[in-house]
Design a binder for this molecule. Structure first.
Ligand code: ATP
Ligand code: MG
Length: 153
């Protein structure tokens, strides 16, 4: 299932993050894709906030992985630097762990990921609006439905 929504402000990003935060489960995997500066880390910050994480969320580009403890732990990954490598086996324990994995540039490590995950693609259009395409199958399908019911501009 796929849904497309429009994000016009940081408030909209927070609204989306809030809907998704209400649907998390242990082992949840969220893949984010979109150009440099499209808002992947910003979305993750709002998700973390709605997961009850009070720490400041910075981009993990140079560390690849940052871990935040909460009711459900958050594993925030940015795998941009794995573009030409395609894997990093140290991430495996987290991707298949009990927390929530949020993976910026997930398309670079597709072969490490299970078939089912929630995929979010961010495209900034000419008027600065963010066009967000969200895909999910299997246990993620009902989350896509929930977003399409509850998110409206
Ligand atoms: N919904 C939004 N409305 C307005 N500005 C936004 C929105 N989302 C993100 N931005 C701004 O865009 C800039 C870049 O955002 P961010 O760092 O989240 O991008 P990114 O996709 O993680 O980039 P990178 O590919 O470098 O990791 C920030 O200054 C942020 O405030
Ligand atoms: Mg980022």
């Amino acid at each position: 299932m796929e849904v497309t929504i429009f994000i016009k402000s940081l408030q909209d990003t927070e609204k989306l993050a809030k809907i998704i935060s209400g649907n998390l489960f242990p082992g949840f995997i969220l893949g984010l894709t979109g150009d440099l500066g499209s808002g992947k880390t910003t979305f993750t910050k709002y998700l973390a906030k709605n997961m009850g994480i009070l720490d400041i969320i910075n981009s993990p580009t140079f560390t690849i992985l940052k871990i935040y403890n909460s009711n459900l732990d958050l594993y925030h990954m940015d795998v941009y630097r794995l573009e030409n490598i395609g894997y990093d086996y140290e991430l495996d324990d987290y991707i298949y762990g009990e927390g929530v994995s949020v993976i910026e540039w997930y398309q670079y490590i597709l072969n490490m990921l299970p078939k089912e995950l929630l995929k979010i693609a961010i495209n900034v259009n000419n008027s600065g609006e963010r066009v967000i395409t969200i895909n999910g199958e299997g246990r993620y399908e009902k989350i896509v439905k929930d977003i399409s019911y509850r998110y409206s501009n």
